[in-house]
Design a protein around this ligand. Sequence first.
Ligand SMILES: Nc1nc2c(ncn2[C@@H]2O[C@H](COP(=O)(O)OP(=O)(O)OP(=O)(O)O)[C@@H](O)[C@H]2O)c(=O)[nH]1
Ligand SMILES: C=C(OP(=O)(O)O)C(=O)O
Length: 227
Amino acid sequence: MRIEGETATNTDPAGRWSLVVPLKPLARAKSRLVPASGALLRPRLALAFARDTVAAALSCPAVADVVVVTDDTAAGAALAALGARIVPDTPAAGLNAALAHGERVVRAARPGAPLAALNADLPALRPAEFSRVLEFSAAFPRAFVPDAAGIGTTFLSAGPGVELRPAFGGPSRSRHLASGAVEITLPDIDSVRRDVDTGEDLRLALALGVGPFTAGRWAAGALARER
Ligand SMILES: Nc1nc2c(ncn2[C@@H]2O[C@H](COP(=O)(O)OP(=O)(O)OP(=O)(O)O)[C@@H](O)[C@H]2O)c(=O)[nH]1
Ligand SMILES: C=C(OP(=O)(O)O)C(=O)O
């Protein structure tokens, strides 16, 4: 596992992205999913969502690296195995503090790179759709993707040298708009907008087509429920 404190110089002429992915400790993550998943499956699904999100992001040619901000050691190890860099969340001060911390780590390592925050609950994320979002975002100092409900945010970008100023949590779409970030209204980016908070969100993500980790977890859970 790579740890905070490692340094690298930004010699990437292609202007590839660094992503910051926040992940709550699994014991507390995706609490709204319990009615659909049950208490046992919930943390496993939360990790599966993060694995599918990180794997899809890392497979985009425009992504140089993914930094996951988490205090969860087991989740960190699983995501490091996919190629993510893991940064501890301490002192734990909530989602936006975690993103600001990740931003500082990324800027120290790759000061001239574009940077974006990406939520870890996008199990249907498709690399082709996400690549289009990244390409589009590169034209603006700050840009964001509203979630499927049109209330929250799944992605927020900042160009080289631009502060991210994350304002995630609840109705963050209006906050990001008010902060001057450009709302990305590209067609056919459903997989980037499909965050999963509730059982209904999960049903819609499964219909869209989730990645292998979530598909496997959900199938195993269904088998267990049948027994
Ligand atoms: N590192 C870190 N990540 C967080 C924190 N709070 C939320 N996140 C992550 O931020 C993203 C968006 O959060 P939510 O959609 O609210 O996910 P959640 O908090 O697991 O879900 P609920 O328990 O239902 O609120 C997810 O990737 C979460 O794992 C935090 O305090 N620290
Ligand atoms: C974190 C967010 O909201 P939610 O918890 O509803 O996914 C957000 O969209 O900023």
